[in-house]
Design a protein around this ligand. Sequence first.
Ligand code: ADP
Length: 430
Amino acid sequence: MGTDQAHRDMGRALLEFQGAVFGALVIVGTAVLLSQPDALDPLLYAVGAGVITVATLITLICHNRPVLQRFAVLLPLVDLLGIRFTAHAEGATLSGGALLLILPMIWIAYSFGGRGILAGVALLVITTPVGLLQAYGGDMEPGNFTRIVAYPLTLLILAGAAGVSGARIRRKKVQLAAQTALTEQAVRARDDLIEAVTHELRTPLTSILGNAELVLHTNDAQAIERRAGVIVHNAEQMDTILADLLLARSTGTALLGLHITATDVRGLIENCLAASRTAADARGVSIDVSASDTLWTEIDPNRIRQVFDNLLTNAIKYNQVGGTVVISETRTVNTVTFAVTDSGCGIAPADRARVFEPYYRTESARHSSQEGSGLGLGISRDIARRHGGDLRLVESSARGSRFELILPLALSGHEDAVAQSGHENEQIVA
Ligand code: ADP
């Protein structure tokens, strides 16, 4: 629920409450005036009724003002005072005004809980005549039992019950709001997923159908071979998208299983480069690597390969034709950082955090011919973090972007790594 709505609800509730107190006072006052006019002290009664009338007028005029709502507990406390005056005015034997005290007490307890009850009781005790309080100390007359014991006790029990109900309802409201937010989030995620899947799968599927149709209607062996190549390429793309979707689901619900092994990251990068060569050549993008010849560390090679693939694919596909990509490496005592810098269109400041969100693609990417699911960076960052590292977008401007993959250097040298992992023969295959 928004703050404005909460304020409006509170303002309306205050108005209804004040209306009830004022209405009850008018009815009880008229009844007392008609039945026992002599028992009333007109001055006290006028003061009490005046206090409540003023409180009602203030509520009527100001019920939409946040400041009144912030001090909402004061209103029923003012009513308690007003009703106390009218109760005194009726004399000790009449109880019309005294009974009215129940109304604000229950409202206070219901709306403001334990502290509200304490404030209300304290105010009642302070405004109770000394003579009435003395009755508790001396011998209790049977006639006074209802007024001095039963009535206050009933008031307290009712207020306590209202306080407990109010607290329970407030708790339920909070739970309900949290559940509603979760449900809305799940519905939004489902809609996003359907949209992303439909959008991402439609393009390669259309291409597969179109090319398959052409293959059916031609006898030209060269054309068939070319079309078949396109079909295979698009089918592979669909396979990658589906794998990404499955991985996104699993990372959302379960721990990603890592198979850590001593790996030469430089060798792994070379394999990624070989796999990206065709795409880079197609766009005339040159790739430079400035990193040590070998760098052994303990990682899950398949997962980290996936991260490099993602960074490299993005650096190529969001680059300008004829652009550049540079992969560089820096080390500290405990970490190694691989930076992938491209000369592409860059990412607008508002999008920089969002590109790691599942299914998020920048507007320029959505409108470009470059396909994607918007899942890669989120998955890659998750993989990096599961290794104890991170993936960050550290720089982006109209001249390009720079992503940094930080990995912990668990072991300093190849020998150590092999000795500790016992996986000397484990090789990374492109
Ligand atoms: P995909 O590339 O499949 O859409 P990613 O999660 O890899 O998904 O990237 C999310 C979005 O971030 C991309 O759609 C693109 O808008 C933006 N992006 C990622 N890398 C780059 C880059 N190097 N240059 C410009 N934009 C990028």
